[in-house]
Design a protein around this ligand. Structure first.
Ligand code: PLP
Length: 379
């Protein structure tokens, strides 16, 4: 089945009791059993809920995986993955990950004895060089947030397969419409469904997709034991969001291309980070592993002061000043003081994330209106 069809039909089955074409929102905490231990596969809603089941099936289908698991947030999905590990185990991860992932790793899991090694994963050899006898997992994000660095998933997968390590890819920025890490050799795909999967900035949710049954069983056990499950209404919203993922991503990519090129031609802009530029360091890999280049763009101004960045950030009207990304509406963000404020300044600068960097999540409004808005703000 082609992806456009998958987005509409994945996980959708007419409701068995009424024929309702849309999956009902099953607001229930428990299920009546016919006799002790005799049930219809549903016992208690932390363990199973039919709206969640439909969503988890859809997640698996759209990421070309066998199993999907939904969580109450993206970080809850990440949290579940790290709970596969034991004290002393090591994780190799990208050095410019989402700030909340970095915070979870350094501030929560380091206390439990998990060791995280941060490397520039855009060079696969760096991952190999960081492997020790205790390494159990490699955590990638590509494109990265907010610098749009690209890591070659297949190249890293060749290393993790040889060393029997679990390869996890945070696929939030690309979405399943642009990149399918399981096809490239990843073991687990993680999503903040809050972003492109939901697509309308109206829900917080996380997702994991995998092929291996043993991994699925372990992660399902963690999901129900730790309890970070999404409510049925939230599952319904993401199920509905997925139906338009294909056309939304097409529009995000078209607008992204226009805005990236416009910014690059603007004399007040010094640098634009977008993997669709032929001279972007990750262009060749991005072209190979992604279907298009997405609507996430970061840029720096020639006047490289925090004050000037803050002035631009406060001057747009259509681009709303807010954290998050991937919704139909355009957003503008200042990573240093917003999404990435939890990373120490020294760390940030070292990784190329300057004080004046501005990040855009390009929405699906008319491109001319978006360009006008930026044009007035940049001045
Ligand atoms: C937002 C985000 C997360 C965290 O997801 P939440 O749904 O906010 O918990 C993780 N990774 C990336 C790349 C994100 O953008």
């Amino acid at each position: 089945m082609k992806s456009a069809t998958k987005y509409i039909h994945a996980g959708s089955h007419p409701d068995p009791s009424t024929g309702a074409i849309m999956t009902p929102v099953y607001m229930t905490s428990t299920y009546v059993q016919e006799a002790p231990g005799v049930n219809k596969g549903y016992e208690y809603a932390r363990s199973q809920n039919p709206t969640r089941t439909a969503l988890e099936e859809a997640l698996a289908v759209i990421e070309n995986g066998k199993y999907g698991l939904a969580f109450s947030s993206g970080v809850a999905a990440t949290d579940a993955v790290i709970k596969l590990l034991n004290p002393g185990d090591e994780v190799i991860c990208a050095n410019d990950m989402y700030g909340g992932t970095y915070r979870l790793f350094t501030k929560v899991f380091e206390r439990f004895g998990i060791v995280f090694r941060y490397v520039d994963t855009t060079v696969a050899a760096n991952v190999e060089a960081a492997i020790t006898a205790n390494t159990k997992m490699v955590w990638l994000e590509t494109p990265t947030n907010p610098l749009m660095n690209i890591t070659d998933i297949a190249a890293v997968a060749a290393i993790t397969k040889a060393k029997k390590l679990i390869l996890v890819v945070d696929n939030t920025f690309a979405s399943p419409a642009l990149q399918n890490p399981l096809d490239l050799g990843a073991d687990i795909v993680m999503h903040s469904a809050t972003k492109y999967l939901g697509g309308h900035s109206d829900v917080i949710q996380g997702a994991l997709v995998m092929n291996d049954t043993e991994l699925r069983d372990k992660l399902y056990f963690i999901q129900k034991s730790c309890g970070a499950v999404p409510g049925p209404m939230d599952c319904f919203l993401v199920l509905r969001g997925i139906k338009t993922l294909g056309i939304r991503m097409k529009a995000h990519c078209e607008n992204g291309k226009i805005i990236a090129n416009w910014l690059r031609a603007n004399p007040k802009v010094s640098k634009v980070y977008w993997p669709g530029f032929e001279d972007h360091a990750g262009y060749a890999v991005a072209r190979e592993q992604m279907k298009d280049f997405g609507g996430m763009i970061s840029f720096e101004l020639k006047n490289d002061s925090v004050e000037e960045a803050k002035r631009v950030l406060s001057s747009t009207h259509l681009f709303a000043l807010a954290e998050s990304l991937g919704g139909v509406e355009s957003l503008i963000n200042h990573p240093a003081s917003m999404t990435h404020a939890s990373i120490p300044r020294e760390e940030r600068i070292k990784n190329g994330l300057s004080d004046s960097l501005i990040r855009l999540s390009v929405g699906i409004e008319d491109a001319d209106d978006l360009v006008n808005d930026l044009s007035k703000a940049i001045g």
